[in-house]
Write a protein that binds this ligand. Structure first.
Ligand SMILES: [Zn+2]
Length: 106
């Protein structure tokens, strides 16, 4: 952002020059200093917002990953439980059949 020197009128960037590079006068009239300050504040806020957004996205990603891991672990446990249940079921039927056959045929 360029401002104009109050004394000689030349344009320069107040963020890079503390004084007018043409005549050496201090650039900071109150109104312009305020304008520059506000612009810098706005820029700082925008950067802070960007940083917060990034932080938020990182946190969300970390939560998503954690939930995903827990979900996978639960899924693994459910598969394991199903296999156990199937084995128990087959054993129960076998025992029942053995007892049934023994009752009738022996
Ligand atoms: Zn000047």
């Amino acid at each position: 952002m360029l401002i104009h020197c109050d004394y000689c009128g030349s344009a320069f960037d107040p963020e890079k020059n503390a004084t007018c590079p043409h005549c050496g006068a201090s650039w900071a009239t109150d109104a312009e200093a305020e304008r520059v300050r506000q612009a810098q504040e706005q820029k700082a806020r925008a950067e802070q917002n960007a940083a917060s957004t990034e932080e938020f996205l990182k946190t969300a990603e970390a939560i998503r990953r954690t939930v995903g891991t827990v979900g996978n672990a639960t899924g693994g446990f459910i598969r394991f439980a199903r296999i156990i249940a199937a084995i128990v079921f087959i054993l129960a039927i076998s025992v029942f059949l053995i007892l049934f056959l023994r009752f009738f045929f022996f």
